[in-house]
Ligand binder design. Structure first.
Ligand SMILES: Nc1ncnc2c1ncn2[C@@H]1O[C@H](COP(=O)(O)OP(=O)(O)OP(=O)(O)O)[C@@H](O)[C@H]1O
Ligand SMILES: [Mg+2]
Length: 324
């Protein structure tokens, strides 16, 4: 019980299937209050399903989920007040102004007039949208909308912030800004942050990283511990012809098939790298040697590249913004 109360988020044996197809399989994890965790996984790994369960939008087939010690399925209203959520899909009302979106949120959460007014000023200032308060959201850029979504999630002063790919499709400068707001809140209010992202540098700044694939948690640890556990270097190479590819795969059958016909071969030792370069160096069109990093950790665990995911993400924000 102590364990539950001290946790920002606690999941115990969560399983969920859509029409018989498993999306989450016996997922357990703990995020202590005041800490941050990045949930990483390829498309379809189950990240949004997990977040939707945390928000009480999807009821799991099995298992228990607690937010700040509150059982989500039994007391969803109390749990909801503890958390602010930024969903993967935009959910602002774009006919309303920034101020009206925040005011409406405050009303739904039962905030009185005085605290609504104070908090709207604070959160707009935090995300640098004060001057835009009266403008309709439909006139906002993708980055401004994401910032407003974050402001809205923080409006009722939650203990826990849950964000599903909050920065996808945004330029590096806007992403950095969004993280500076989040880090400021973490520092000043001991906010617990649970975020899915596929930008490795964002995951790197979190206290904990959880890698999920095919609905199963593959590893949870601090970035540095994951690197020392899985962080081997990788050779990414493009064989000159099919015969070279065949010989490489015969020698290193565990090589990963990467995007653009390249192969990824884990560097087990310096001798193995020398061997590869001497035997195959001249038969490779391209070669890149990656030092151990979170990127190589992700590749070692899931067999997929983080970068590849950005290109193929079918629900990318860049696409969504074009729809407006
Ligand atoms: N509402 C739904 N109905 C049926 N199947 C679903 C539904 N939502 C998700 N799924 C399936 O469950 C699995 C997990 O999907 P989920 O959206 O949780 O993955 P994700 O890790 O968030 O992926 P992405 O990186 O693309 O956002 C996928 O196979 C997906 O097709
Ligand atoms: Mg998702």
């Amino acid at each position: 019980m102590d364990n539950i109360e001290r946790s920002g988020i606690l999941l115990a044996g969560i399983s969920h299937a859509y029409s018989g197809r498993k999306a989450l399989d016996n997922v357990s994890l703990a995020l202590p209050l005041g800490q941050s965790m990045a949930l990483l996984g390829p498309n379809g790994a189950g990240k949004s399903t997990l977040l939707n369960i945390l928000c009480g939008l999807v009821k799991p087939d099995k298992g228990n989920a607690y937010l700040a010690g509150v059982d989500i399925s039994r007391h969803s209203d109390i749990a909801r007040r503890q958390m602010g959520v930024v969903f993967q899909d935009d959910s602002l009302d774009d006919r309303l102004s920034a101020w009206e979106n925040l005011e409406f949120h405050g009303l739904v959460y039962g905030m009185d007039r005085k605290s609504r007014a104070r908090r709207i000023d604070e959160v707009l200032e935090l995300v640098e949208l004060t001057e835009w308060a009266e403008n309709p959201v439909r006139s906002f850029s993708g980055g401004m909308k994401r910032r407003l979504e974050i402001a809205r999630a923080l409006m009722h002063e939650p203990k826990i912030l849950i964000l599903d790919e909050p920065t996808v499709g945004l330029d590096a400068q806007t992403r950095a800004k969004i993280w500076s707001y989040l880090n400021q809140q973490r520092r000043d209010h001991a906010l617990t942050v649970f975020v899915t992202t596929h930008y490795i540098e964002e995951a790197e700044s979190c206290d904990l990283i959880c890698v999920i694939d095919k609905g199963i948690i593959q590893a949870t640890d601090s970035p540095s511990a994951l690197k020392s556990r899985f962080g081997k270097g990788i050779v990414r190479c493009l064989p000159r012809d099919s015969e070279t590819r065949r010989r490489l795969l015969a020698k290193w059958p565990a090589a990963q098939q990467l995007a653009d016909d390249r192969l990824g071969i884990t560097i087990e030792s310096k001798a193995m790298l020398d061997d590869l370069l001497i035997e195959f160096g001249a038969a490779l069109k391209e070669i890149q040697i990656d030092e151990p990093s979170l990127e190589t950790v992700f590749l070692a665990i899931t067999g997929k590249e983080m970068r590849e995911r950005e290109e193929i993400n079918p629900k990318g924000r860049a696409k969504r913004n074009k729809r407006i």
